[in-house]
Design a protein around this ligand. Structure first.
Ligand code: PGA
Length: 255
């Protein structure tokens, strides 16, 4: 039904040589896991080099951001068409590290629409802060982010999106959400999608969990019914830990 999907978010890490070496090791390693979809998202400057390594393999290439214009006077920005041109098929949008720098759901929505227009699959990140969780605002925050980031999408456009639930307090902290906490929010997200787009659209949407996923906790998270894979930061920077998480994603319920 839903194929598990594990993506590595390399953030602002690695250099050209280590990025190439990691990509090669992942390309070799994923052959053992034909039922799991895999993508890696290197920094912009290494997209071309990594793109050449993953071209024609089972490993997809993703960017970590884009600017929602086709071209023009936007110093320092990168257009969706440029990402396509170097072989990207995915783009992470609305990551909390970017929302923390002032990126609103409205702007994420513009980016999602621009990505879809260019034929890229957006991985749309949503997640609450620790304070919001403590104040019992998680559901409201997630609803605002999901509705805002996906505003105006047709059912067909939604079918090309992936959502990543990433509680901000779990990112890079070593403190992952428990499988039950992840499931609670991810099933809510699926319900929200169901209300707007119908049951079939909701059932086929892939929702990743992200935030301190490691080989040690991956299987318990992936076993939850609404967890369809992971968006992996720190543990995606080493081939063995990333591949171990991909192995765990075989246990995803909906697959
Ligand atoms: P982490 O990052 O796995 O290092 O917590 C996840 C993410 O930010 O996507």
């Amino acid at each position: 039904m839903r194929r598990p999907f594990v993506a590595g978010n390399w953030k602002m890490n690695l250099d050209r040589a280590s990025a190439a070496a990691l990509a090669k090791a992942i390309v070799e390693g994923v052959e053992a896991f034909p039922l799991v979809d895999v993508a890696i998202c290197p920094p912009f400057v290494y997209l071309s080099a990594v793109g050449e390594i993953v071209a024609g393999t089972r490993v997809g290439l993703g960017a970590q951001n884009l600017y929602p214009e086709p071209k023009g006077a936007f110093t320092g920005e990168t257009s969706p068409l440029m990402l396509k041109d170097v072989g990207c098929t995915f783009v992470i949008l609305g990551h909390s590290e970017r929302r923390a720098m002032g990126e609103s759901s409205d702007f994420v929505n513009e980016k999602v629409l621009a990505a879809l227009e260019a034929g890229l699959q957006p991985i749309v990140c949503v997640g609450e802060t620790l304070r919001q969780r403590k104040e019992n605002k998680t559901s409201a925050v997630i609803r605002r982010q999901v509705e805002g980031s996906l505003a105006g999408l047709s059912a067909e456009q939604l079918s090309r999106c992936v959502i990543a639930y990433e509680p901000v307090w779990a990112i890079g902290t070593g403190e992952n959400a428990t499988p039950e906490q992840a499931e609670e929010v991810q099933s809510e997200i699926r319900q929200l999608i169901g209300i707007r787009y119908g049951r079939e659209a909701a059932e086929s949407l892939r929702i990743q969990y992200g935030g301190s996923v490691t080989p040690a906790n991956a299987e318990s998270l992936m076993k939850m019914p609404d967890v369809d894979g992971g968006l992996i930061g720190g543990a995606s920077l080493k081939a063995d830990s990333f591949l171990a998480i991909i192995a765990a994603a075989k246990t995803c319920k909906a697959s």
